[in-house]
Design a protein around this ligand. Sequence first.
Ligand SMILES: Cc1cc2nc3c(=O)[nH]c(=O)nc-3n(C[C@H](O)[C@H](O)[C@H](O)COP(=O)(O)O)c2cc1C
Length: 350
Amino acid sequence: METTSTKGLRLTAAYPYHAANYLVRAAITAPSLHNSQPWLFIGDRTCLDLYANPARQLPAADPDGRELVIGCGAALFNVRLAMRHLGFRPDVRVCPTRWNPAHLARIGWGPFGRAGANEELMHHALRARRTHRGPFQSPPLPQRLVDDLRRQARAEGADLYVVTDGNVRGHLAELVREAETIQRTDPAWRAELYHWTQEFTGTRLDGVPLATCTYHPDCVPFAGRDFLGLSATMPDPPEVWSEHTGLVAVLTTCYDTRVEWLQAGQALQRLLLHAAAHRVSAAFHTQPLELPRLRAQVRAGLLFGQFPQMILRLGHTRRGAPTPRRPATDVLRMRSESGGGATRLGTPRR
Ligand SMILES: Cc1cc2nc3c(=O)[nH]c(=O)nc-3n(C[C@H](O)[C@H](O)[C@H](O)COP(=O)(O)O)c2cc1C
């Protein structure tokens, strides 16, 4: 049963579209694989429904939709945070429709409750957070912040395994390199990456703009995705910054169903926003988690059976170029008052 508060009802009854649009504008700042933005929202005066958009799933990199759901989980965390910023406690039900696996969450307006200082800091960081691709400045992150980041992940039911041992870090870097080599040489992967790469910045509202790939993908020991195709034209990077790798960590969950993927996404976004609020950025290296054999090796060799959901590096760097988003009107529909149908707002797009 939904526990929509009177104040929440009043707000959404008076301005159902504006309330939903406000939440969705926060949601779409979330990270997603290759900036595919695989979400859809349906709102009405009592709640906002989050759906996965299967048309935006990446068949080569993500055949099971695991990373798609992680991206949607990150968007879900943003919706919760935006509701908290407005002063309401979100009332979230995950995977609420058994027969429809695309229906990932229903977020209702819960009772009134002022947001905490940490929530406000994270909310403030929503638009400042950006994915980094390259080396980090050398000073290590303070241990207190590292402990805090772990706490943020745990608060969402996931865990952050910080790789401190040099041998383990080396082993993980080798698995990333092996996966990246496989993906660079496989035509299906290359075609998919090319499809999601924005050759000319500003020409589309999804995909990864080249302006965000300013370093050679092999300039740190953790191989990056080769969006620019540099490894073919320039096999040796001009500089290699081994000591500027940053903090290496793996986000894990105990199980591996859609519910945990959604949890992992919320944990990811929570720790990324907490990091961004402290001017810390993240780089991702999820390539080995996209190949079952290598994912099993990460799981068995490094994580004592926990399921790896994201591999990331964290550190200080200059703020990079932004990555565009489709507008909220493209991904939000309002349920019609008369009978269940949804009205799409804005220009219909995939
Ligand atoms: C599940 C998932 C996997 C990702 N994997 C990678 C990756 O392996 N390499 C990378 O450079 N970025 C990766 N990203 C980051 C996205 O490319 C990035 O979020 C997207 O381009 C939007 O940019 P922004 O995060 O700066 O807003 C991943 C993001 C998600 C949610």
